[in-house]
Unconditional design. Structure first.
Length: 280
């Protein structure tokens, strides 16, 4: 088994923690970011210098760039960049405050963009590498109550799609990971709600509020199994452009993509009708 060095944002919980545990167990090195000092102290004590932890708020673009520069300067090679840090913001679009909107986009979209773009020159210089960008099935299928989450994830999917094509000639490959619901702290720990507006009583938005406030509905996905497949994907060549994880993710994305394709095909004649005539 090839031993690698991984740079992972958001390792204190959820997929980040599961990934860190699995990688350290197999002998790899992890450079991980946390929001609070002392996080993952148990793993740091158990694995010594194979786990390097750094405080980082990914919504701080300058700090992200400085962190990436320092990480590559202090390690001879970083094989895999995992853009994982993020959180959910749910509710009616009109309910969110300007501050909530900015922080969500700065964290889930701009932070991921800055991480990846800061790493590209280093990956190029070392002759290649792999990027894993955590998205969600919500990067392909939209649901009421998730507008801000979808804004970030649809945005980062377009970014990674394009960047993957830009850097393919440098042996840098990128994969978008699209999990469904998983039994991590994401849904009932890090997720946040916009202010409640009574007009939305009885609508799907009310359902989202109820699910998060009651914290009773268990997601179907096993995060340990999902993370094992994320790690295994790094050995695939060419890299999968997308990795759907979970039956709920597959079902939701299949329905959304099938519907969108049918709608597009129905507009074929209309679309072609706007071209200049041949030879014009």
């Amino acid at each position: 088994m090839t031993q690698r060095t991984w740079l992972i944002t958001g390792v204190s919980s959820g997929f980040g923690r599961h990934m860190t545990e699995q990688l350290l167990a197999r002998g790899d090195r992890v450079i991980g970011t946390v929001r609070k000092a002392g996080a993952l102290q148990d793993l740091a004590e158990a694995h010594g210098d194979r786990l390097a932890l750094h405080l980082l708020d990914v919504s701080d673009a300058a700090a992200v760039q400085q962190f990436v520069e320092a990480a590559f300067a202090s390690h001879p090679r970083i094989d895999v960049i995992v853009s994982n840090a993020g959180y959910g913001l749910f509710g009616a679009a009109e309910s969110f405050t300007d501050e909530q909107i900015r922080h969500q986009i700065d964290t889930n979209l701009v932070g991921s963009i800055q991480l990846v773009r800061s790493a590209i020159s280093h990956l190029r210089a070392q002759g290649g590498g792999r990027v894993l960008q955590l998205s969600t099935y919500g990067g392909q299928a939209a649901s009421p109550g998730g507008s801000l989450c979808h804004a970030g994830k649809w945005g980062i999917e377009g970014f990674i799609d394009a960047v993957g094509q830009e850097v393919a000639g440098f042996r840098i490959e990128a994969t978008l990971v699209e999990p469904g619901g998983a039994r991590t702290e994401f849904r009932y720990g890090s997720s946040r709600l916009g202010p409640w507006i009574e007009a939305y009583a009885g609508t799907p938005v009310a359902g989202i509020h109820k699910i998060i406030e009651e914290a009773k509905l268990l997601p179907i996905g096993d995060p340990a199994r999902m993370v094992a497949l994320m790690i295994a994907s790094v050995d695939q060549h060419p890299a999968p452009k997308r990795l759907a994880l979970g039956s709920d993710a597959y079902t939701a994305m299949h329905k959304a993509l099938t519907t969108r394709l049918a709608e597009l095909e129905a507009q074929r004649e209309l679309a072609f009708s706007t071209d200049f005539p041949a030879g014009a």
